[in-house]
Design a protein around this ligand. Structure first.
Ligand code: SAH
Length: 217
């Protein structure tokens, strides 16, 4: 669970939730609550702090971005989290999505390809007292070597396919959310595992930075 979150700029978060999320049909109360609580501005570089609650992605360095609030909410809602879930995230970036997931689950294990970003994300989470996220630097597309199954898996970079080792780590009745498609355009895709079968549902279009590593571009 998270400790003390930063209460400043709460008014801007309430407006973000009203105008960007509720107005576009996101009604999952738990997701809305997490996004009212997590201080997005604490995850963006100083130069973009004033823009932290705007309706768009923002640069976080190394050619990467923090996703638009609406996209974070959409993917989080699609995961349909339960407080007991263990979550595997690929693409920590600045750590904002991980912080939102952490409010709604037991534990988040997050992998980030760029080690500088992993370090910055770790520090932002520490400062906010969010202690149920573990951030590792490395290629998350190869899955985790812990041999465990995860209830929920989220990939926050655009991918040409579901990385097979990652898919194999999805627990029965689990859900995996990933932007699948071409390098420049993807669709939010939800995979549900039922025994040995996977049901795939394609949702809205999106544009994410490309997945790197073994199963990336
Ligand atoms: N969830 C993030 C979004 C970050 S953008 C947030 O809230 O800010 C996607 C991130 O995925 C980038 O930081 C990129 O470096 C990372 N990434 C791309 N391919 C990866 C891989 N194979 N393993 C781990 N991280 C990866």
């Amino acid at each position: 669970m998270s400790g003390q979150l930063d209460e400043t700029r709460r008014g801007e978060r309430l407006r973000m939730v009203e105008e960007q999320l509720l107005a576009r049909g996101i009604t999952h109360e738990k997701v809305l609550r997490a996004m009212r609580d997590v201080p997005r501005h604490a995850f963006v570089p100083d130069a973009y702090r004033s823009a932290a609650y705007e309706d768009r992605p923002l640069p976080i360095g190394h050619g990467q971005t923090i996703s638009q609030p609406y996209m974070v909410a959409t993917m989080t809602a699609a995961l349909d989290l339960d407080q007991t879930n263990r979550v595997f995230e690929i693409g920590t970036g600045c750590g904002y999505q991980a912080a939102v997931l952490a409010q709604l689950s037991e534990e988040v294990i997050s992998f980030e390809w760029v080690s500088d970003l992993a370090a910055t994300a770790r520090e932002a989470l520490r400062v906010l007292g969010i202690d149920n996220v573990r951030v590792y630097a490395g290629d998350g597309s190869c899955g985790l070597k812990d041999g465990k199954l995860y209830d929920r898996i989220i990939v926050t970079a655009g991918a040409p396919q579901v990385p097979p080792e990652v898919r194999a780590q999805l627990a029965d009745r689990g859900r995996l959310v990933i932007p699948l498609g071409s390098r420049h355009h993807q669709e939010i895709t939800v995979l549900r595992r039922i025994g040995h079968d996977y049901e795939e549902e394609r949702r809205e279009g999106c544009v994410f930075v490309p997945l790197q590593g073994r199963y990336g571009w």
